[in-house]
Design a protein around this ligand. Structure first.
Ligand SMILES: Nc1ncnc2c1ncn2[C@@H]1O[C@H](COP(=O)(O)OP(=O)(O)OP(=O)(O)O)[C@@H](O)[C@H]1O
Length: 227
């Protein structure tokens, strides 16, 4: 078990926005979180990252969240778009959590940043200023940054937003490979067909947990729901 929600609810100022959360994520899982706008997906991710404490129930982590080796790609915000640093520096900053008491990045950190830049098809953009990239290129650079941080768990909030179809295919292929190599993935997505063909588990939210289980069981549940 990497993390587990035990009848947890998350709220803002006493207003519950995600309720009845009961699910477990194990090492090697690929969980897609589905649900319409405002259904509590991003709030849940903040709970899983240990940034938001449940108002009832518990979210249990296998270790302190900061020691779990989590790479996180947030939903895009306007502030991220104007980051005044090179693409390489942005990606390299994903290694900050591994510096410990070291004051500088080591050669291994730089090699990892370059490798992840290449993985996302941005090998030749390293020296360019991050804010000069297109929206889709920025998204890929931030995914490369999250990969630099991810040792055990990758948490992605709508990683496909703003990507062209070829980039979407590439990201799915990359996630599939990383997952096959043992990385656990939790990903918020609005791409139902993509989730059904790539994930191992689905969590469906609608202000509360509507479904959690395997993709096969989710398909059967949807059939019943829409019958
Ligand atoms: N910081 C906040 N303070 C107060 N309410 C918030 C805050 N963040 C989100 N909410 C509210 O919580 C609810 C769930 O929001 P959340 O961002 O988790 O939804 P989501 O499923 O990720 O939506 P989307 O698909 O649009 O990104 C919404 O009603 C939203 O208005």
């Amino acid at each position: 078990m990497l993390l587990s929600c035990q009848n947890a609810a998350l709220a803002y100022d006493g207003r519950v926005v995600a309720d009845g959360l009961r699910f477990t994520v194990s090492a090697g899982d690929y969980l897609c979180v589905l649900g319409e706008n405002g259904s509590g997906k991003t709030t849940l991710l903040h709970g899983l990252l240990g940034w938001k404490t449940p108002c009832t129930g518990k979210i249990i982590h296998a270790a302190q969240p900061q020691n779990l080796g989590i790479g996180y790609l947030p939903q895009q915000t306007a502030a991220q778009k104007d980051f005044p640093a090179s693409v390489f520096e942005v990606v390299l900053s994903g290694r900050i959590g591994r510096l410990g008491f070291r004051p500088f990045y080591a050669a291994a950190d730089k090699v990892a940043a370059q490798k992840n830049l290449k993985r996302l098809g941005l090998g030749r953009f390293g020296r360019q200023c991050f804010r000069e990239l297109s929206g889709g290129q920025q998204r890929r650079a931030l995914l490369a940054r999250a990969l630099c941080a991810a040792q055990k768990l990758l948490i992605l909030d709508e990683p496909l937003a703003g990507l062209d179809p070829a980039a979407v295919r590439d990201v799915y292929a990359l996630l599939q490979k990383l997952n096959a190599d043992g990385l656990t993935i939790i990903m918020v997505s609005h791409d139902l067909p993509g989730a059904l063909s790539h994930a191992t588990h689905i969590l469906h939210l609608q202000g509360r947990q509507k479904f959690f289980g395997t993709v096969k069981d989710y398909k059967a549940w949807r059939k019943r729901e829409h019958a």
